[in-house]
Design a protein around this ligand. Structure first.
Ligand code: FO1
Length: 311
């Protein structure tokens, strides 16, 4: 079995490709929850939902988040009442947030709610939150410290990034599902999806014990670069990397994941990293449709399987 670390739109795309090409039950996807927040009294978990909707084939592929065929009558009515309409909750999507919040309030863990939703949507792979404890990404910007969704949606990632803080992470525990995948003797490899390294993957890596677990890995770990030709396909990954002084190149990605990866998948538009000892697979990484997602998933799995960790 394989473990994938994911968050955001790029992560959801490769996660769904991996889910489709691997036999049922052979993939665990651990998802960033640093983007989670309380909104209009509801627990919203955007990255869990992006991955879940993609795995269920229900996601809106044009917008990149939320459900296909969405309607917005709730949002219109909320706006009429002077409510917070800056974060767009679709009518169908709302059911996810209401049901999740209701179950959490009844004492269920985020892992239990996620497992229940995945079963209800007939998802045959395992998707788990990185942690059941609250971790909240705070973005330090030229406008001051902003909660993640304020930075990402309300300000459209325009403020200059100066740093990141993950509130609650010091005491957050790796979820049982993620821990079990890391410790599973049948684990063949770990794949870091082409998610924003800073906003989507760093919260997962910041959980106490996570870097140690990856450093001590017995199986190969491969990252798929989120950059094509030095630019992000969607979202602020390249802007964020530049603002924090990381080159928007495979070298920048390799540096960011130093000590954690054995191989890097890059697009042919990018020059291979110069770092010694890092295996590189150059293959098209743009995922426009299900065929692209399956092809990149197969290439990434074959590359990961070809790498052997020294004993
Ligand atoms: N992204 C936006 O740019 N604007 C929105 O109004 C918005 C609403 C939204 C609602 C539910 C959901 O699950 C995700 C939503 N997203 C929205 C996407 C999301 O906030 C970001 O893509 C992720 O947090 C970044 O990974």
């Amino acid at each position: 079995m394989f473990l994938a670390l994911a968050g955001g739109v790029g992560g959801a795309k490769l996660a769904s490709g991996l889910a489709n090409v691997l036999p049922a039950g052979e993939l665990v996807i651990a998802v960033n929850t640093g983007d989670d927040f309380e909104h209009v009294g509801l627990h919203v978990a955007p990255d869990l939902d992006s991955v879940m909707y993609a795995l269920a084939g229900l996601n809106d592929t044009v917008r990149g988040w939320g459900l296909a065929g969405e309607s917005w009558r709730f949002l219109d009515a909320l706006k009429r009442l002077g409510g917070a309409d800056w974060f767009m909750l679709g009518d169908q999507d709302l059911a996810t947030h209401v049901e999740r919040s209701w179950r959490l309030r009844g004492g269920a863990t985020l892992s239990a709610v996620t497992a229940h939703f995945c079963a209800a949507l007939r998802i045959t792979q395992t998707m788990v939150p990185m942690s059941d404890d609250p971790v909240r990404t705070m973005v330090d910007t030229d406008l001051g410290l902003l909660p993640f969704q304020d930075y990402f949606v309300r300000h459209r990632c325009a403020p200059t990034l100066k740093g990141l803080r993950f509130d609650g992470v010091e005491t957050a525990r790796i979820s049982d599902g993620l821990r079990a995948a890391l410790d599973n003797p049948a684990l063949e490899g770990i794949i870091i999806c082409p998610s924003n390294p800073l906003l989507s993957i760093l919260p997962i890596l910041s959980l106490p014990g996570m870097r140690d677990a990856l450093t001590a890995r017995r199986v190969p770990c491969v990252a798929v670069s989120p950059l094509i030709g030095g630019k992000a396909v969607k979202g602020p990954a390249a802007k964020n990397m530049t603002e924090l002084g990381l080159p928007t190149t495979p070298d920048g990605i390799a540096d960011f994941y130093t000590g954690l990866i054995d191989g890097l998948v890059i697009d042919p538009e990018d020059a291979p990293p110069t770092r010694a000892g890092l295996a590189v697979e150059s293959t098209p990484t743009l995922m426009r449709d299900a065929d692209d997602r399956a092809r990149l998933a197969r290439a990434t799995l074959a590359f990961t399987r070809s790498l052997v960790r020294p004993a």
